[in-house]
Structures are given as C-alpha cells and as structure tokens.
Ligand binder design. Sequence first.
Ligand code: GDP
Length: 434
Amino acid sequence: MFQQLAARLQEAIDRLRGRGRITEEDLKGTLREIRRALIEADVNLEVARAFVEEVRERALGRKVLESLTPAEVVLATVYEALKEALGGEPKHPQLKDRNVWFLVGLQGSGKTTTAAKLALYYKGKGRRPLLVAADTQRPAAREQLRVLGEKVGVPVLEVQDGESPESIRRRVEERARLEVRDLVLVDTAGRLQIDERLMEELVRLKAALRPDEVLLVLDAMTGQEALSVAQAFDERVGVTGLVLTKLDGDARGGAALSARRVTGKPIYFAGVSERPEGLEPFYPDRLAGRILGMGDVATLAEKVRQAGLEAEAPKSAKELTLEDFLKQMQNLKRLGSFSELLKLLPGVGRALPQGFQVDERAFKRLEAIVLSMTPEERKDPRILNASRRRRIAKGSGTTVQEVNRLVKAFEETKALMKSLERRKGRGLMGMFRR
Ligand code: GDP
C-alpha cells in the first residue's frame, strides 16, 4: 500500500539517522522532502501544508528530549501526523437492533462489490443482512448484485424498473420483517459522473427509507478526484462515512490522507481485493505504521498471540539478550514467511542492514554466531571487543563482518524498542504479550 509514498517518507527521515543533534536546517530539509512526497502522492495541497506544519511544531517541541535521536523524534511525529490525517482513532458505524445503510458512489467505484463485502462481513458477526439492488434504471446493476448476493449467501431484494421510493420502502420493510433481517444494505444507483437526476433520485429514496448510515464508496486510485466527488455527494445527499476501495492497487495515498480533512468524514472500511472477503475495518494507526515501515504492530501482535508464543518473550528492551533476539527470529520464522513478518516487526525490519537477508541458511549462521558467545557476551554484546569478535567468527565458521552486522542489528533493535517503550509505555515484547 502506498509504496512510493512510504519509500519517500522513510528516505526523508533516514537522512537524519546517525545525527546526534538536529539543526533547524536539517529539519527544514526533511520537512521539504516530506511535503514533496505528500504532493507526489496526490495529497491535497492544503492538507500537505498543514501536515508539514504540524510535524514541524511537534518535532521542535520535542527537541529537548535528549534520550531520543533526531530521527526517532521525527519518525514519531510523522507517525502521529499520519495517523491523525488518516482519521485518528478508528471509527466504525454504530449498529442498532435494526439498521438501514445506503451505499452511494459513482459507477465503477466498487459500490456493488462493497455492498456484498459488507453483507459477508456482518454476516460473519452474527447479523442477518438483506441486500437491496436499488437501481431503478439499470437492470444490469441489479443482476450484478444478485450474483454477488448468491456468492456470499445473502438474499437480494431487487427493485423494479421505475419503482417509486415509497413502494421500495414498503417492500423492503415487509421483507426485513418476514425474514427477520436486521441490516439492510441498499446498493443505490451509480452513474459515471455526478448527475443531477441521480442526486434527486437518491434524495427521494433517502427520504423514504431513512437510512442510519450513508456510506460513500470511493475509488482510492482516483486520488483528489475522489474528494470532489465526496463533497458533491455530501452536499446533496449527506454522507456519514467513507469506504475506500482498491487500496490493494497502486493508489498513491492522496485520497486516504486527504479524505478526513477535506470531507470531515471518517473512513470506516478499506477494500483490499476484488474478492468478497477483501474488506477490512480501517485502522489509521496500523496504516500509518505500515507507511513508515514501523510495522503493523497490531497485526503482528495478533499473529504472535495466535501462535501462543507470548511466554518466551523477554520483558523489556533492557533485558533483551542476543539469545532472545535469536529466539524471536526463530518464532517469527515459525509463523510464516520470514521476510513478510520482518516487515511487520517494528525495529527489526528497519534495523537489519540492507542486504541482510535472513533465509534458512543465513539463520543457521546467525545461530552459530550466538552459540559461539559466552553467556556474558550474549547478555551484553557491548563487551565484544575486536579479539572477542575474531574468536566468535572463528568458532562459528563465519566472518567478523557477519558478527558485526548481527551485533549492530541487535543494538539498533534494542534502541528502537526502548524508544517505543517510552512512546507507548510498552515495548516490542510487551506487544507480544498483550
Ligand atoms: P460499482 O459500479 O460502483 O458498483 O463498482 P463494482 O462493484 O462493479 O466494482 C468495479 C470494479 O472494481 C470491479 O471490477 C470490482 O471487482 C473492482 N473492485 C471493487 N472493489 C475493489 C477492491 O477493493 N480492490 C480491487 N482490486 N478491485 C475492486
């Protein structure tokens, strides 16, 4: 997701790495690059400006924290600003005993697909959805929903050509009552562009059905364009929340990052594939973390919890030893594709020097290095002077460079854990144990 933006932001921040102090000049350069990265990602100009301003203020306010490196300060502030721009705390539609939700949007945005996805998602949560194919002019649109409804095992009520809003309301109510349906998902008509007649039709249908939520479905690939569409729909029909589709594609990020400020509406869900399962609740913090390569901490924690590995985790950065580090890698390896998981892991993914590939063979070498150390060395690699490193390389059949790289990755991970602990009150390993 947002690969280009992610790469550019990380690059801008990485430039500050290794600096003990940060000057106004350094910060200016980094902020300029952040701004450029945002604009290239098609973020709204005003939003990009406000974003950079916020990072500047926050970063300057934190300069006094001597315990953090400048790169960490900027990383943390950019993370917070990203999370904020994406909507802050995650928001979900309120579910009542009975619910009527509209899905509105342009044709091709993914509206019908999203209706089916929502039906499946909430069916999985024990709800009894009813899909309504409400395009009174395009039989093909209704046919599409009928097919999708069958696929996800949710009934579909189809309106008739030219049917009145009042008649639609009566039929929907009756069907919902008879079949005890508590979540009515109305797939409204879509057109290729904003169209006055369509808007009028939606307003009339809304007056008749009185939906609790009007979800606007937006194609994230269309960037800023999506936001003017959102404003038009909101002015005429009233929108309560957004669904961004096609985030699995090469959307640059502009729509997602600008939506909250431009429209004032929360993003409820993200479409991440064409399949009916491809819908996720939208989590600003997770996405912000992913964009910065800090790892999808929550997802990782979930996976680790599921695998039941909590007990093996050490308590804090201070207590982390090389053995734990190795064990963590081993655990992660058990969980699935190693490189995928490394990306999810805050610290480790970024701390590993470039080209530090950990496949099975490389892992064996790392293990050999650690096994060649004395218990004291594993606990505190700071005591590893040149002659100790030579001894370890020889003992493990590796090179001093390899030993150096492992120790460096370990130290950087430890440092990142420490700063995460300070920021969040719990460390990398704490996340495992949650
Ligand atoms: P509608 O005209 O707004 O109802 O749009 P559709 O539901 O027909 O979707 C238009 C196209 O976008 C279809 O080919 C969908 O499969 C595709 N699509 C919808 N949502 C997503 C998504 O989240 N990811 C991807 N990759 N494709 C999607």
